[in-house]
Design a protein around this ligand. Structure first.
Ligand SMILES: *[C@@H]1O[C@H](CO)[C@@H](O)[C@H](O)[C@H]1NC(C)=O
Ligand SMILES: *[C@@H]1O[C@H](CO)[C@@H](O)[C@H](O)[C@H]1NC(C)=O
Ligand SMILES: *[C@@H]1O[C@H](CO)[C@@H](O)[C@H](O)[C@H]1NC(C)=O
Length: 325
C-alpha cells in the first residue's frame, strides 16, 4: 500500500470518531458528530446555497465555474451535474469541508455547474427519504426558473455521486427514467465507488475485510442497518440492485454510466456486479479501475488517481454530450 503518511494519519483518525459517535444500537450521537464535522461556508460568487424545502432541510450548494478560467468559452452553455455526497447515508452534507472541496473541483475541472444536494440522513430518516429528496431536487431544478446561472444548460444534465451518493445517483436515475421533465435531459450517471451490497460475502469483502482504510466491512454493515427499514436485510433492492429482490430495469430508459473502482475497496465486487447487471439489462457502462485506490480516495486531490479520474470523467461527459447533439 503506497498511501502518503499525511493521508494515513487523517484516515486513522476517522475510526475513533466513528466509535465515539456511532452506537451499537444503530443510532448516532448527532450533536457530537456535527461538532466534529468541519463545515465550509459558501464562497460567492463561485458558490451559494439554495433552499428547496425548509420543512425537511432540503437545499443544495450551487457551484459555478470561475469565469476567468476560459474567457473565450464563457458564453457556451455549461452542463449541470447534480451531485450526491457520500457518508453511508448517515453523515456529511454539501457544506462538510471535504465535500465542498470535491464539488468545487468537479465544477472547475469539468467546467460544469454543480448542484450538491443536502438530502436527509439516516438513521433519523431511513430509506426512501434520501431517494425522495434526490429526485425532488432534480424536479425542483426542472420547474424553477432563474435558480441556476443563465449559462447552465439543463438539457446537458448528469447525475453523480460518491459512495452512498453513487447509490443515490443510480436510484434517482431509475426514478427519473419514467418521468416527463420540462427541461431536464439526463445524459449520464457518474458513480464514484457506489455503495452497494448484499447478504452474501463477496471475495473482496472477505479478502479486504476490516483491514483497508476508508471503509471496512463492519462499518458498511452498520451503515446499511442504520439506513434500511427495520426488518430488512442487505438483499433489499436499494442495496442489492441486481439481487434476489431487485426490480427489472431492462425496459427503462437509463442513460449511460461511468463507474470508478478502487482495488483496496471491500465493496468493489458489488460495484462490479452492478456494472454487469447494467450491461445485462442492455445499458452502456464505462469502468475505471485504480488498483491502489481505497474507498473515498477522491477526497484527497493530491492522489494521482484524482486527476486521472477527472480527465476520464471529462472525456465521458464530452462523449455523452456528442451523442445527441
Ligand atoms: C441507543 O443507545 C443510546 C445510548 O446508549 C440511547 O440513548 C438511545 O436511547 C438508544 N436508542 C434506541 C432506539 O435504542
Ligand atoms: C453525545 O456525546 C457527548 C460527548 O461525549 C455527550 O456529552 C452527550 O451526552 C452525548 N449525547 C447523547 C444524546 O448521547
Ligand atoms: C425500528 O427500530 C428502532 C430501534 O429498535 C425503534 O426505535 C423504532 O421504533 C423502530 N421503528 C419501527 C417503524 O418499527
Amino acid at each position: 500500500m503506497s498511501i502518503p503518511w499525511k493521508i494515513k494519519l487523517i484516515l486513522s483518525l476517522l475510526s475513533p470518531i466513528r466509535n465515539l459517535c456511532f452506537r451499537s444500537n444503530f443510532t448516532i450521537n448527532r450533536s457530537l458528530y456535527n461538532f466534529l464535522d468541519r463545515k465550509t461556508p459558501p464562497s460567492p460568487p463561485s458558490s451559494h446555497d439554495v433552499i428547496i424545502d425548509p420543512s425537511r432541510n432540503l437545499w443544495f450548494r450551487l457551484f459555478n465555474p470561475s469565469a476567468t478560467a476560459n474567457a473565450a468559452s464563457d458564453n457556451l452553455p455549461l452542463p449541470v451535474i447534480v451531485y450526491f455526497h457520500g457518508g453511508g447515508f448517515v453523515t456529511s452534507s454539501p457544506d462538510s469541508a471535504p465535500f465542498h472541496s470535491l464539488a468545487h473541483r468537479f465544477s472547475e475541472n469539468l467546467r460544469a455547474v454543480v448542484v450538491s444536494v443536502n438530502y436527509r440522513l439516516a438513521p433519523e430518516h431511513r430509506y426512501p427519504a434520501q431517494y425522495d429528496d434526490g429526485f425532488d431536487a432534480v424536479k425542483f431544478l426542472d420547474s424553477s426558473v432563474d435558480i441556476l446561472p443563465p449559462t447552465a444548460d439543463l438539457t446537458r444534465c448528469f447525475l453523480a455521486g460518491d459512495s452512498a451518493g453513487g447509490n443515490l445517483a443510480h436510484h434517482v436515475a431509475v426514478r427519473a427514467s419514467g418521468f416527463k421533465f420540462q427541461r431536464v435531459k439526463l445524459r449520464g450517471v457518474i458513480a464514484l465507488q457506489p455503495f452497494f451490497g448484499g447478504e452474501e460475502r463477496t471475495e473482496s469483502e472477505i479478502q479486504i475485510g476490516n483491514s483497508a482504510p476508508g471503509l471496512t466491512v463492519e462499518s458498511a454493515d452498520w451503515y446499511w442497518k442504520a439506513f434500511l427499514p427495520n426488518g430488512s436485510n442487505r438483499d433489499h433492492p436499494a442495496v442489492n440492485v441486481f439481487g434476489p429482490e431487485s426490480i427489472e430495469i431492462s425496459g427503462l430508459e437509463l442513460s449511460d454510466s461511468i463507474v470508478v473502482f478502487g482495488g483496496l475497496d471491500p465493496v468493489q465486487d458489488w460495484q462490479k456486479r452492478y456494472c454487469e447487471g447494467l450491461r445485462k439489462a442492455g445499458k452502456e457502462v464505462k469502468l475505471l479501475e485504480y488498483p491502489n485506490a481505497f474507498h473515498g480516495f477522491y477526497i484527497f486531490p493530491e492522489l494521482p488517481e484524482c486527476s486521472l479520474m477527472m480527465n476520464e470523467i471529462k472525456d465521458f461527459m464530452i462523449l455523452q454530450l456528442k451523442k445527441i447533439n
